[in-house]
Write a protein that binds this ligand. Structure first.
Ligand code: SAM
Length: 290
């Protein structure tokens, strides 16, 4: 691989783009990593081992992909941009452990991806320098699939990363925070300057580590959790009681009893509840709905 390009070198990256007639697209959140040190830190945080199955979202020109491929892991890289897929296809032509999928990750079904690529007992990890334009929907999608990874390292807009791990009562605590904290244990590892990307983005980034959390509910109870959390935060300044009146009109007369059973005050607002309290409330509500 002596002539493999160094895509974290701005000069070599721009040369490659010119050669393939490519331009960075803002609408696809294309800001490419041009700092080998940050690439190393992300790959190290993934703790990747030979034999792991790693899904990479948005490989771009291959900055992370190149380091991951060297680890001996089986890599499935999902990239929407057809031009970049052409470039990656050539770069990784001789790497049997790299599989490219030219699709929109938001339209993929994680169940089918696992059925196709995951061998029994294999450790599955997720890594991405996530395009900012899809960060919310993407995080919802992996949570909705019950976060089927042993570890995920995701670079996100700094404010979004913070929102996912923030505590109840904070102004940025919302539905995404509750659901993320129900399915995962999250930690912001480090911040990343705008200067390590080409082109330079308008926002700062942070790298987040997610590991599976302890899921307290059964699958049907989790459906109630989603309805409850997403419904409650539609009107976050209203009390939980008022919100639940709107979400579950059939339980109107039972709601004070439900809240009491969950040890939640009637005046509590959605932003006051931890993910554990929401889970408890979902379980009790489920029992009343049955
Ligand atoms: N991983 C590369 C890096 O770190 O230099 C590129 C990261 S860039 C921030 C995001 C990448 O995600 C781009 O290559 C972009 O084309 C791709 N992308 C954007 N939307 C996507 C989607 N819906 N599905 C899959 N890939 C997408």
């Amino acid at each position: 691989m002596a002539d493999f390009p160094n895509v974290t070198s701005p000069r070599e990256l721009m040369q490659l783009f010119e050669e393939y007639g490519l331009q960075p697209h803002k609408r696809l959140g294309q800001n490419f990593l041009i700092d080998a040190n940050i690439v190393r830190k992300i790959v190290d945080a993934l703790e990747v081992e030979a034999g792991d199955l790693v899904f990479e979202i948005g490989p771009g020109a291959g900055a992370l992909t190149t380091e991951l491929a060297k680890s001996g892991a089986q890599l499935v890289a999902i990239e929407l941009d057809r031009g970049l897929c052409g470039l990656l296809g050539n770069l990784f032509e001789k790497w049997p452990n790299v599989k490219l999928i030219n699709k929109d990750v938001l339209k993929l079904n994680w169940g089918s991806l696992f059925a196709e690529f995951c061998k029994d007992g294999q450790t599955v990890k997720l890594v991405s320098n996530l395009p900012y334009v899809i960060s919310g929907p993407f995080v919802y999608a992996i949570l909705k699939s019950s976060f089927p990874f042993q570890r995920a390292i995701i670079m996100l807009q700094k404010e979004v990363a913070r929102r996912l791990v923030t505590a109840p009562g904070e102004s940025d605590y919302g539905a995404l925070s509750v659901l993320c904290q129900y399915y995962t244990d999250g930690e912001v590892l480090f911040n990343v300057s705008k200067n390590v990307f080409w082109p330079r983005p308008g926002v700062s980034s942070a790298v987040l580590k997610l590991k599976p959390g302890e899921r307290l509910l059964g699958v049907e109870e989790e459906t109630v959790l989603w309805d409850l959390v997403q419904g409650a935060f539609q009107q976050r300044r209203k009390t939980l009681l008022n919100n639940m009146n709107r979400i579950y009109p059939s339980l109107k007369n039972k709601l004070p009893e439900i809240l009491e059973e969950a040890a939640i005050k009637e005046q509590a607002r959605p932003e006051d509840l931890s993910s554990g309290q929401f889970a408890m409330l979902a379980r009790i509500t489920y029992n009343y709905l049955k």
